[in-house]
Design a protein around this ligand. Structure first.
Ligand code: A3P
Length: 316
């Protein structure tokens, strides 16, 4: 019998744009319909004390941070990052409902370990559960859809990015797949009518947990300003005790240009390898929005920023 979880579902008003979607409550998180049957597995996922879990709202620098985390925990085998796919090195849990898993080799890998395994139970979730070694987990689900004990069990890294750049990055990603105007994308972004729902719900879920010793919040803007300083703080949080020279190697491995050159360092979505790497800059949205829309977004940010802690930076 399915265990009861404090999550409910509503039909999404307009599913046409992204395929069939479901509205997940509380939080009004819009997700692909495939999430529904896996919600309980996600919510009850057993985290372990040596796990490192990366949680982000999409387009905040997930791929970058994922490679950093992998590099820091695999310092003596960094060359693997340029030859083995990111999906084979990290558990991208949401792939179980985001993409057609049959396009990946997950089932092959899973059946080698568990011949009776079923695709509908989520191959990545099952592969992660079967993993004996230390796990690097990655998810875009907001905190309220994860096991409530996640922070008591393992270390979580959360990355935030300015909402306007975040929206623009999403726009640059999606115009490669489908037609969309910046106006349409921005309006949907502001109403939370995008995959993973409201930006504010997502960041607030992390921000309200910020004092937990197992949560490390990073800002994309800080990473761009001084990556070594951020790597040092991250290394301390993870307890990896890496030397300055080793951290420099991680920074070099995960530099924008290196990631752009190695498709193994970004997830491949719908054949668009490297599509996550547009400019990789702070302020990428500047001058890109029609003035009226720009002003509308500024007002939206100002209004919502009031509801989060004033210490939340990079909102203007
Ligand atoms: P842009 O679209 O502004 O270029 P995510 O991985 O969460 O989807 O985020 C994608 C954004 O992170 C993209 O932003 C991408 O360029 C940026 N990014 C990825 N790797 C990076 C790196 N090594 N340095 C700086 N930005 C990076």
């Amino acid at each position: 019998m399915e265990e009861k979880i404090p999550i409910t579902f509503e039909d999404a008003e307009d599913s046409s744009r992204y395929g069939e979607m479901v509205l997940v409550k509380p939080g009004d998180t819009l997700l692909p319909i495939g999430y529904r049957r896996l919600a309980s597995t996600f919510y009850n996922f057993e985290y372990r004390n040596d796990d490192i879990c990366l949680i982000t709202y999409p387009k905040s620098g997930t791929n970058w941070t994922a490679q950093i985390l992998w590099g820091m925990t695999h310092i003596n085998e960094l060359q693997r990052a340029t030859t083995q796919s990111v999906e084979s090195r990290l558990f991208i849990l949401d792939n179980d409902f985001l993409h057609d898993v049959s396009e990946k080799d997950y089932m092959e890998r899973l059946r080698a370990k568990r011949p009776e395994a079923r695709e509908e139970d989520g191959p990545v979730l099952q592969l992660a559960a079967l993993e004996k070694g230390r796990r690097l987990l990655w998810s875009h689900l907001p905190f309220n859809l994860h096991n409530p004990n996640i922070l008591d069990k393992c270390k979580v890294v959360y990355v935030m990015r300015h909402p306007k750049d975040n929206m623009f990055s999403r726009y640059m990603h999606f115009i490669k797949i489908e037609q969309a105007t910046i106006q349409y994308m921005a309006e949907n972004f502001m109403t939370g009518n995008v995959t993973y729902g409201s930006y504010w719900h997502h960041v607030n879920e992390a921000w309200k947990r910020r004092d937990h010793p197992n949560l490390h919040i990073m800002f994309y803007e800080d990473m761009k300003a001084d990556i070594m300083a951020e790597l040092k703080k991250l290394s301390q949080f993870l307890g990896t005790s890496l030397t300055e020279e080793q951290l420099k190697r991680v920074a070099e491995l995960t530099s924008f240009n290196n990631m752009k050159d190695h498709p193994t360092m970004v997830v491949n979505i719908q054949g668009l390898q490297g599509s996550f790497l547009h400019k990789g800059e702070v302020g990428s949205s500047k001058g890109q929005l029609p003035p009226e829309l720009d002003a509308q977004m500024d007002a939206w940010i100002k209004d919502n920023a009031l509801r989060v802690d004033p210490a939340f930076r990079y909102l203007s």
